[in-house]
Design a protein around this ligand. Structure first.
Ligand code: GDG
Length: 475
């Protein structure tokens, strides 16, 4: 069946789980992307294609909770080269300020091209005449061009969930021109922040040699491509409702109790990723205790580290580093039954996340670089009593909107310690003033507003020009 809306993403919104009885079922995967796209899918009779995880080859389209899903299989070699390799070993560190050293391997690139081509062919099969195809994220940057070659009748949008780096870093990539040209197959290329869109436009002018003006690229074939910022958000009302529920309220009280009723609870929740600055924030907290500014029992740091990309060596090493630090800090600073840091390497249902957000007096989000960071926004949405402090890295996209947070530079250890202490000591009046302003921002700019604004631009922008422009040069 042909569809009016096709969502192309590396991952499906569900994970395949095998029960104790050997039966396989689908479980909705956590995360912002799923809740962001779901309403758009329902409104447009859409279909979502992506990899369900694993290496099973013969998978059929299916429905889950009313959503039409098309699983795309990947071989073990493709998982290693396309997903773990080029996507997470090359692009992820390169696009996050080279926080870790990106690796460049020609076999990884070949696999990336092959997988993108297969996804483009499938999208071309699924889309009705004149349909809209919305391609997501860094694993799929060649799909727009490949798809346009197969189906020039489609409207194609692309959205990048992670940062887009400045030219000075992007040009390290041996395949920089192919990636830029891949994205230029779209009619609209969306980024989290205006700076990322500007980086892209500048690179297209410099490296591909196309004419650009403000947010628009003028292609020699008469097409235009617009690059603009669409900051992603969360289902703010949904989170608030969950936070207000009796079950979550009770659970929040139980968590505080279990932690020994400290005066203040600090909280970090992150995928275990080297971009998130987990190590630095725990060190800052540990030093505050060591210096005598905070005391164990009075303050506790709950750090939830959600398992992520565990087959990639860098991620395994990171886990070891963090766990070594937690062990050391608890060994040096903790008392029997009262650790300084309560560390959990696990993932939780949404209800537990909401209870943690409700119980946290100081939420600490300190990435070295982050496209947006939905955790920061979820915390704000769950603060139904307009209290609590958010300590937020200025290098998270969310810092553009959440100006009333305690903004920190995660590379500045003393600055981070001062902000943690200031947030810990803040007067209730100050907390309320800041939290109210942030809650207003999140309520007005929720995920529905994000999706509507992207779709409206994609469907209504005029994508033709009559300017005479020279053919592409550059390299
Ligand atoms: C990428 C970009 C951008 C986490 N653990 C659990 C759980 N989560 C949910 C959170 C949140 C989401 O996953 C994480 O989103 P973040 O934005 O914080 O970070 P990334 O995973 O790196 O996301 C990021 C995002 O894409 C969207 O564009 O903001 O910059 O890096 O929603 O709640 N959910 C549940 N259990 C967990 O244990 N249920």
């Amino acid at each position: 069946m042909a569809h009016d809306l096709v969502i192309v993403a590396n991952r499906l919104p569900v994970d395949r789980v095998t029960g104790k009885d050997g039966k396989t079922t689908w479980r909705r995967s956590p995360g912002g992307l799923v809740s962001a796209i779901e309403p758009v899918m329902r409104a447009h009779d859409g279909v979502w294609m992506g990899w369900p995880g694993g290496t099973e080859q013969r998978l059929r389209p299916f429905k889950d909770d009313g959503l039409s899903l098309v699983p795309m299989s990947m071989s073990a070699e493709e998982v290693e080269e396309h997903y773990e390799g080029f996507s997470n070993g090359t692009l992820w560190p390169l696009y996050h300020d080279v926080v870790a050293k990106p690796e460049f391997h020609r076999e990884w690139w070949d696999s990336y091209v092959k997988v993108n081509q297969r996804f483009a062919e499938k999208a071309a099969d699924l889309a009705a005449k004149g349909a809209t195809v919305w391609v997501h994220d860094y694993q799929m940057q060649l799909v727009p061009k490949m798809l346009r070659e197969l189906r020039p009748d489609l409207r194609i949008g692309f959205y990048l969930h992670i940062p887009f780096p400045p030219a000075e870093l992007f040009q390290q990539l041996p395949w920089r021109r192919q990636i830029l040209e891949g994205l230029l197959g779209a009619d609209l290329v969306g980024f989290q922040l205006p700076g990322a869109a500007q980086n892209f436009i500048r690179l297209v002018r410099q490296r591909v040699g196309h004419k650009t003006h403000r947010d628009t690229v003028y292609l020699p074939d008469g097409r235009t491509v617009r690059a603009a910022a669409f900051p992603i958000s969360i289902d703010a009302a949904g989170f608030e409702e969950l936070a207000r529920s009796e079950a979550v309220t009770e659970r929040a009280a139980a968590i505080r109790d279990a932690l020994g009723n400290p005066t203040k609870i600090f909280l970090g929740i992150d995928r275990l990723d080297y971009t998130k600055g987990i190590h630095a924030r725990l060190r800052a907290f540990g030093e505050l205790i060591h210096d005598g500014d905070l005391s164990v029992g009075d303050a506790v740091f709950v750090q939830v580290a959600v398992p992520s990309r565990e087959r990639v060596e860098h991620y395994r090493n990171l886990r070891d580093d963090i766990e070594l630090l937690v062990g050391r800090l608890n060994g040096d600073l903790g008392r029997i039954g009262t650790p300084a840091i309560s560390y959990l390497h696990t993932s939780y249902p949404r209800e537990e996340m909401a209870a943690l957000y409700r119980v946290a007096d100081v939420m600490v989000v300190t990435p070295y670089r982050d496209g947006m960071n939905l955790v920061a926004k979820e915390y704000v949405a769950c603060r139904i009593h307009d209290d609590g402090a958010l300590v937020l890295s200025e290098f998270a996209g969310a810092a553009d909107e959440l100006r009333q947070a305690w903004l920190v530079n995660p590379y500045d250890m003393n600055g981070m310690k001062a902000a943690l202490l200031d947030a810990y000591r803040a007067e209730p009046k100050e907390l309320t003033k800041r939290m109210k302003a942030m809650r207003k921002q999140i309520a007005q700019h929720d995920v529905k507003a994000w999706a509507d604004s992207f779709m409206t631009s994609l469907e209504n922008d005029d994508n033709e020009h009559t300017k005479s422009v020279r053919p592409a040069t550059g390299g």
